[in-house]
Structure formats: structure tokens, C-alpha cells
Write a protein that binds this ligand. Structure first.
Ligand code: PBG
Length: 330
């Protein structure tokens, strides 16, 4: 009689066992996407009289403010968690129009507030859509960025959005000290309840290309590498995040997302605050372009990329796939 061996003769682990069926895989899945953690960016265009397709962002439109509630209702019905609003003004100027209470973002906020409850409304705050030169701050006489002189304009823009019903202000300009300036202005105006989600670690990225076409905000000279982060710097990203947390940010964001998963993971490990990540226009457009050529499956690639961002540690994901993903996950 032979005794059964105490363990299988070969001592390797059989990982395949729990991958055998969809049900088994579902039991041991470590990361799940939830549509409520997704934020849909939308573009509100003061010059549009009807929703207008954005060629660089397939499936996305520029909305007139008075019709923005339509896309908001669609997002709410799909179960998406929030909207991030960007504005294109009537005409470009010195940037002060970002604080116009009748500008595209405040107008859309009021229209959405009146109709679509249950969505978090997040207002992007930056000057680049409102300046003739396309930079995110106002300029010094010699063409540099005047960081400190930009801060009050950002604070004014934040207040206009808070007054119009934004739950969250999301400054994307990367000026030093803007979270403190905005927090201070909100508090002084009795808007202590309005949250700040800062684009804390925003890199000077090639992946913003399609957005700049969508928002008509490409810099007319130079680039943004004097104020956005240098892509190789992860330690500096953590310092940027620490500074924004100190200045009062409620949520800190890493942007772009896919190429910076290490930064998301490091931020998640180091800070006990909500971490958001922005899957930017170029990440979205690249997947669409490859899928159009039949090189990848759009749905699988999109969900895989979003899952990777969640797995790295982002609890909130801004993505142009928000509506599609919510439908795919339903
Ligand atoms: C502007 C802003 C940009 C994005 C969000 N806010 C462009 C930039 O910094 O040049 C990019 C978003 C995207 O690519 O989807 N401050």
C-alpha cells in the first residue's frame, strides 16, 4: 500500500484554480470600479448655440450653458458621481472673465443645479481658457507668469463658481499658493462648506493635446513647463501634494493618470486624504484612435486602464469614459 503524499509532488502554487470560472474570479477580485467614483468632464461654450461635437474627443460635445442640464441628467441617470465643468468664454481677454458670474461655468452650474440633483458639481478653475495668450496665469511685462498677481483672480473665479452652486472648486492652474488663496476667499465669503480638489501634482504633459483643442486654450507662445511639473519628478509630486494638503485641499489630484500610476500609489501610501486621478484627453483619444484602427478593443482597454488607476490607489477618477464606463459596468 502506498501512502498519499502529504502534498502534491511538485511544490508550485496553482494560481489557475481561482481563475477557472468567472464566479471564482469575481470572488477574489481585488479592485472594483464603481460609477459613483467617476467624474465626467464637460465643456460649456458661451459661443455655442447648440451642442457641438469636439473632433479630438470622440463622443464629447461643447454645450451651451442653458442646455448643460441635458448632459448632467444623462450622467446622473447613468450613476456617474460627478461632473467637472470647463468653460469657453465669448471672447478671450486678460483672464478676469473667469470670475464673471454670467460666464459659461457659473451659468451652467445654475442651470444644472435647477434640474439635476444627486451629482457632485466640480468647477475647474484656471485662467487659460480666458486669456488671449492661453497661459494659466496673468503675465509680467516681460512675458513671464506673474504667480502672485494671478492668485486673487483665481480666488474670484472660485467664488463665482461657489456662488453659482459648485460643491467643489478644482484649481488646475498650478500657481504656487492658490489653494490657500482660494480657501481663504471661500471662508471669508461664508463658503466654508465648498470643498477644494486641487490638481496638486499636475505634470507638463503631451497628453493634454486634445483638451487644448476642445477648450481652445493652447498657449500662444512657449509652453507650461515653467509652472506645471517636470514629468520625471515623483518626490517633488509628493511635496506638491503635501503643500496643497497644508493649504487646505480636501482632495488632491494626480494628472495625467495612466503614465503616473507610481505617483498615485506613492500618494495613496503617504497621505490620509482622498486621492483623485485625471485620465486626460490624450489617454482617452489614444485609446479611441487605436480602437478605430481595430488594434485594441475599446471597452476592454478603457476598463482596464480605469481599473489600473483605481488599483494604484485613486478613489476618484476623472475620465472622458465616465458615461461609457458606467453603462459597461451596469
Ligand atoms: C487647463 C487644463 C488642462 C487640462 C485641464 N485643465 C490643459 C493644460 O493644462 O494644458 C487638461 C485636461 C485633459 O487633457 O483632459 N488648466
Amino acid at each position: 500500500m502506498t501512502l498519499a503524499p502529504a502534498r502534491a509532488p511538485s511544490a508550485f502554487r496553482r494560481f489557475h484554480r481561482m481563475r477557472r470560472t468567472a464566479a471564482l474570479r469575481g470572488l477574489v477580485r481585488e479592485t472594483r470600479l464603481d460609477p459613483r467614483s467617476l467624474v465626467l468632464p464637460i465643456f460649456v461654450d458661451a459661443r455655442a448655440s447648440e451642442p457641438t461635437p469636439i473632433t479630438s474627443l470622440p463622443g464629447h460635445l461643447r454645450w451651451p450653458a442653458e442646455r448643460a442640464a441635458e448632459i448632467a441628467e444623462r450622467a446622473a441617470a447613468a450613476g456617474v458621481g460627478g461632473l467637472l465643468l470647463f468653460g469657453l468664454p465669448d471672447e478671450k481677454g486678460d483672464g478676469r472673465a473667469a470670475a464673471d458670474p454670467l460666464g459659461p461655468v457659473p451659468s451652467a452650474l445654475r442651470a444644472i443645479r435647477a434640474r439635476a440633483a444627486g451629482l457632485a458639481l466640480i468647477a475647474d478653475v484656471c485662467l487659460c481658457e480666458y486669456t488671449t495668450h492661453g497661459h494659466c496665469g496673468i503675465l509680467t511685462p516681460d512675458g513671464g507668469i506673474d504667480n502672485d498677481a494671478t492668485l486673487p483672480l483665481l480666488a474670484d473665479a472660485a467664488l463665482a463658481c461657489a456662488d453659482a452652486g459648485a460643491d467643489v472648486i478644482a484649481p488646475s492652474d498650478m500657481m504656487d499658493g492658490r489653494v490657500a488663496a482660494i480657501r481663504d476667499a471661500l471662508d471669508r465669503a461664508g463658503r466654508a462648506e465648498t470643498a477644494v480638489m486641487s490638481y496638486a501634482a499636475k505634470f507638463a504633459s503631451a497628453f493634454y493635446g486634445p483638451f487644448r483643442e476642445a477648450a481652445d486654450c493652447a498657449p500662444q507662445f512657449g509652453d507650461r513647463s515653467g509652472y506645471q511639473m517636470d514629468p520625471p519628478n515623483a518626490r517633488e509630486a509628493l511635496a506638491e501634494i503635501a503643500a496643497d494638503v497644508d493649504e487646505g485641499a480636501d482632495v488632491v489630484m494626480v494628472k495625467p493618470a495612466g503614465p503616473y500610476l507610481d505617483v498615485i500609489a506613492a500618494a495613496r501610501a503617504r497621505f490620509d486624504v482622498p486621492i483623485a486621478a485625471y485620465q486626460v484627453s490624450g489617454e482617452y483619444a489614444a485609446l479611441h484612435a487605436a480602437a478605430e484602427r481595430g488594434w485594441i478593443d475599446l471597452r476592454r482597454a478603457a476598463l482596464e486602464s480605469l481599473t489600473a488607476i483605481a488599483r494604484a490607489g485613486a478613489g476618484t477618477i476623472v475620465t472622458y469614459f465616465a458615461l461609457d464606463a458606467a453603462a459597461w459596468l451596469a
